[in-house]
Write a new protein. Structure first.
Length: 87
């Protein structure tokens, strides 16, 4: 699995590399199965237009704000993420 991370999330990038993921910085014309970003940008609203994502299920977008590398690893392994809206 190739994971693209936003620049500035070096701790998460290094931890995921140690867990065996292929981790790259998100930039134009790269392919990734998941994209990890910081929720502090644009009030959590993000455009992933600069990255090319692969897979029939689309890209898994993960907001790293408030999450540890272990939290993100679990999300990547299960490909599950909490709902956007909680009732």
């Amino acid at each position: 699995m190739t994971v693209a991370v936003e620049k500035g999330l070096d701790g998460i990038k290094n931890a995921l590399l140690k867990k065996g993921y292929t981790v790259i910085y998100a930039k134009s014309n790269v392919f990734a199965d998941a994209y990890i970003f910081s929720g502090s940008r644009n009030n959590g609203i993000l455009s992933a237009d600069n990255c090319l994502f692969q897979g029939q299920n689309g890209v898994l977008m993960i907001n790293a704000q408030g999450k540890t590398a272990e939290d993100i690893d679990l999300i990547l392994k299960s490909r599950l993420y909490s709902p956007l809206f909680r009732i």
